[in-house]
Design a protein around this ligand. Structure first.
Ligand code: ZN
Length: 164
C-alpha cells in the first residue's frame, strides 16, 4: 500500500482504546512497513497505528541510532525519573507543548512475528515510547499540557538548551 494518511486531532479513532494484535500475518507486516514509510516521509520520531486509522496495538519509534523500532502489543514494565521538554505529534500538526514524562522506560513488546522482547531506553527515545504507547489507549500529549507553546517560548527553550 505504501504511505498512509495521518489522521489528525478531532478524529474519533485517536480517542479509542486499540485492540491487541493476535495475528502476526502478512497484513500486520504491510501495516508496519506502511507506518515506517509514512513516518519517514513525515520526518517524525514515532507513529502509532491509530494515527493511520488502524485500531490495533502497534507503534514505530525512531531510536537514538535512527533505527526504526517496531513494537507490537507494547507493555510498560517499569519507569523512573523525570524529564520535561517540548513535545509534538503528527496528529496535532505544527504545535508544541511542554510535557513531563519519566526519564527511563522498561518495555515488553512483540516483534512482527510474535516473539516477545525486552527494551530499555532513556531520554528522548523513552519519551517517544511513552507518547506512542499512550496513543494506543486513546490519549494525546495535549492532555498533559496547559497551553500550546508560542514561537517565543520555543525559541527561548532551545536558546537555553544550547547555552548549557
Ligand atoms: Zn503522537
Amino acid at each position: 500500500m505504501g504511505k498512509r494518511r495521518i489522521v489528525v486531532q478531532g478524529d474519533d479513532r485517536l480517542s479509542k482504546r486499540c485492540r491487541q494484535v493476535t495475528d502476526f500475518n502478512r497484513r500486520l507486516h504491510i501495516l508496519l512497513d506502511d507506518m515506517k514509510e509514512t513516518l519517514e516521509e513525515a520526518q517524525g520520531a514515532g507513529l502509532a497505528a491509530p494515527q493511520v486509522g488502524i485500531l490495533r496495538r502497534a507503534v514505530i519509534v525512531v531510536d537514538d541510532s535512527e533505527e526504526m523500532l517496531e513494537l507490537v502489543n507494547p507493555e510498560i514494565l517499569d519507569q523512573s525519573g523525570e524529564q520535561t521538554a517540548p513535545e509534538g505529534c503528527l496528529s496535532v500538526p505544527g504545535k508544541w507543548g511542554m510535557v513531563t514524562r519519566p526519564y527511563y522506560a522498561k518495555i515488553r513488546a512483540q516483534d512482527r512475528d510474535g516473539n516477545w522482547f525486552l527494551l530499555e531506553r532513556e531520554g528522548l527515545t523513552a519519551r517517544c515510547l511513552f507518547h506512542e504507547i499512550e496513543h494506543l489507549d486513546g490519549h494525546l500529549y495535549v492532555e498533559h499540557i496547559d497551553h500550546f507553546m508560542t514561537d517565543e517560548e520555543l525559541e527561548e527553550y532551545y536558546a537555553e538548551e544550547e547555552g548549557r
